[in-house]
Design a protein around this ligand. Structure first.
Ligand code: SF4
Length: 348
């Protein structure tokens, strides 16, 4: 019997205490839904989605800031495509584009620097969102702009870090499926520290169906044993020490700040912003942005979905008013959002 077959058989035959396992990462959420992994689990095992989709947790106030930069300050906004349709308090960037704002979709922050180099008459702002996986590339973009003296480039930061989210979510789950790509950067010591200090358990998981099923089985086996645990089930990518080079790049350019997560609120120390030395590349400072609170649509339950308090299908708008073509909330817009995963793969 292969490791996959053994894990499948174990997970479908499990009987016992009902277990909740939170997949924190949006990519995991989509792979689990696409591969129909919930269907092979015993009814006593529940997978719940967490706050690991960077677009979903970007608050309405951040979109409002980007809209203000585009419409009032005349900046060119460069961004990954998903953010364009995320609702702000009143407008999305797609709405701003209909009012002649310049919104350019790019594939990387370094592409945004190239755009700035080629358009010296425009002020180019890159929407810097994401977790430990994408932040190094945003720091590299600042490094490149700084080195070349490209003064018409800046970042609007909403970067976030995972460990504080684990702590905020620890009472919602029995164990975490930790995102493998995040821990390829940060290593395992944070998970081990949380295991020892807070009795938080979890398995670092890869992204193929086999890797996910085996990781979930390891999670269940660890929970049955009853002792807090951390297992690296993605050793082909995650080394215990992570990537010190990427971590020191982040530390050189960014520093921890408190951050607001859409639908969840402020989590202390869970964000990253450019250090004072790089203020020239900080769009908030460069364009003297006011503090914008932002308002979420009260009918949208993204905040509860992102904390594992309700599933996407329990939202009364799901699939009726709110669809990927007409999203009400960020979780339906993003290619990593839980609502879009449940919608796209619901037949599985
Ligand atoms: S289905 Fe739509 S409205 Fe409901 S929680 Fe998800 S994104 Fe929000």
């Amino acid at each position: 019997m292969s490791a996959l077959e053994e894990a499948r058989s174990f997970l479908s035959g499990y009987k016992g205490r009902r277990l909740r396992i939170m997949e924190v990462c949006g990519t995991h959420t989509h792979e689990i839904a696409r591969d129909g992994i919930r269907n092979i689990l015993s009814p006593d095992i529940e997978l719940i989605s967490g706050p690991g989709c960077p677009v979903c947790v970007t608050p309405a106030g951040y979109i409002d800031e980007a809209v203000l930069l585009a419409l009032d300050k005349g900046c060119t906004i460069t961004t990954f495509g998903d953010l364009v349709r995320v609702p702000g308090s009143e407008k999305s960037l797609a709405d701003a584009r209909r009012e002649d704002a310049r919104i350019q979709v790019v594939y990387s922050p370094v592409d945004a620097v190239s755009y700035a180099r080629e358009h010296p008459d425009e002020q180019v702002v890159f929407l810097s969102v994401g977790f430990e996986t994408t932040t190094p590339s945003e720091c590299l973009a600042v490094q490149e702009a700084d080195r070349e003296g490209i003064s018409n480039f800046s970042l609007l930061t909403a970067n976030k870090t995972m460990p504080e989210a684990y702590l905020a979510m620890k009472d919602s789950t029995d164990a975490f499926l930790y995102p493998g790509h995040v821990h390829a950067i940060t290593g395992m010591s944070i998970c081990e520290d949380f295991r020892d200090r807070y009795q938080i358990s979890g398995v670092i998981a890869g992204f193929t169906p086999e890797e996910l099923v085996v990781a979930i089985a390891l999670c269940v086996k660890g929970l049955i044993k009853g002792q807090p645990f951390v297992i690296n089930a993605y050793p082909r990518v995650v080394r215990p020490e992570g990537s010190p080079k990427a971590v020191s790049l982040i530390e050189k350019y960014m520093e921890p700040v408190d951050a607001v997560w859409r639908g969840i609120g402020e989590i202390k120390g869970s964000g990253l912003a450019l250090r004072e030395e790089y203020a020239a590349f900080d769009a908030r400072k460069k364009f003297s942005l006011p503090v914008i609170e932002g308002r979420d649509n009260p009918a949208c339950r993204c905040g509860e979905v992102l904390q594992g308090k309700c599933s996407s299908t329990e939202c009364p708008l799901f699939g009726k008013v709110c669809t990927p073509e007409h999203p009400v909330g960020a979780c339906m817009v993003s290619s990593e959002g839980a609502c879009s995963a449940f919608y796209l793969y619901r037949r599985k």
